[in-house]
Write a protein that binds this ligand. Structure first.
Ligand code: GDP
Length: 314
């Protein structure tokens, strides 16, 4: 992949796709192709085929997907399985047929078996039952990984798959009902600070442990692997360290500058006790996450204040 290569970033408005696009621009890639959902519906096979035949990209970052939290997944199971299967099938197949040199597909750490030992190694995929609330999404993503492997085996198509851990960063979803813990807590602490509230409610016991990767680090890893990995095996992308939700809440409290108390609402679910990736395969290739959690939280908080919190205390 060189600076003039024609590169299609599918899903460039999402958390991951926008970070990959920023990274490519920052590194001086000049021939970048994007389409909004209104311009190209990736669920429409004929439209996707037409797009690839006309544009003929050489490299594809497939970061388009229907994503959402536990509530969205359990309310719209049909949408999750259909949209993801359609998007990835259309894009992988059209990419192969039109001679794309390499495609990078994104899986997710939440598609490993529910009771996988921690830290999770790549070979644990498909060794046990899935988390029932998001199995629709997981089955689709697993199908995408298998499709990439099958196209490599049968057609020699160079497709690779990444398994990112929990991500956060600019462009995240800050809706309190549907967001993940980091954007939810950034928003809760910020609003409590601005409104002078005495405490912030954090769900659960604070004891579960999670690993968090800044999305700019993921984008860096995606470029690194696009350049340096041609293996059919999936590859975990994480930091290899986790924190408790209590530690995370205290860090965000500090970053936001909220002086009140943290209250744990133990009527809310903790979810899985621990979620951590084994990143030895990625480290052996020579890549390590660079953005420390505190620094990543601080820059994400700045982004939130500048882009999202208009009207709340400004
Ligand atoms: P998970 O990694 O799939 O469990 O997704 P989440 O990011 O939604 O939750 C991670 C952990 O943070 C869970 O133990 C939640 O109970 C806890 N948590 C604490 N406060 C919040 C909150 O305000 N929103 C969310 N989404 N999770 C919270």
């Amino acid at each position: 992949m060189d600076k003039e290569s024609k590169i299609f970033v599918a899903g460039h408005r999402g958390l991951v796709g926008s970070a990959i696009l920023r990274k490519l621009q920052a590194e001086g890639y000049t021939n970048l192709v994007t389409r909004t959902r209104a311009e190209l519906d990736l669920r429409d096979q004929a439209a996707v085929n037409r797009f690839f035949e006309e544009e003929r990209p050489e490299y594809v970052f497939l970061a388009a997907a229907k994503v959402g939290g536990i509530l969205a997944n359990s309310t719209y199971p049909a949408d999750f399985i259909r949209d993801n299967l359609q998007i990835q099938t259309n894009v992988i197949d059209a990419a192969y047929r039109t001679g794309v040199k390499k495609l990078l597909f994104l899986g997710s750490s939440c598609i490993y078996p529910k009771y996988a030992p921690q830290p999770m190694k790549e070979e644990y995929l498909l060794t046990g039952p899935l988390e029932p609330t998001n199995e629709w999404y997981a089955v689709a993503k697993i199908a995408g990984i298998k499709m990439a492997q099958a196209y490599r085996r049968q057609y020699g198509f160079n497709a690779i798959s990444l398994m990112p851990t929990n991500l956060y960063g600019p462009g995240d979803n800050f809706d309190l009902e549907t967001s993940h813990v980091i954007p939810a807590l950034i928003r809760k602490f910020h609003e409590a600070k601005v409104e002078g509230k005495p405490h912030v409610v954090v769900w659960g016991t604070g004891k579960p442990r999670r690993e968090f990767l800044h999305v700019d680090d993921l984008a860096d890893a995606a470029l690194f692997l696009m350049k340096n990995n041609d293996n059919e095996e999936i590859i975990n992308v994480g930091v290899g360290e986790d924190v408790s939700i209590r530690e995370l809440a205290e860090l965000i409290q500090d970053v936001v500058g909220f002086k009140g108390e943290i209250v744990f609402d133990t009527t809310k679910p903790d979810g899985t006790p621990r979620k951590l990736l084994d990143v030895s395969r990625l480290q052996a290739l020579g890549w390590k996450a660079r953005i420390p959690l505190r620094e990543g939280l601080a820059s994400t908080y700045r982004w939130y204040v500048e882009n999202f919190s208009a009207g709340v205390g400004r």
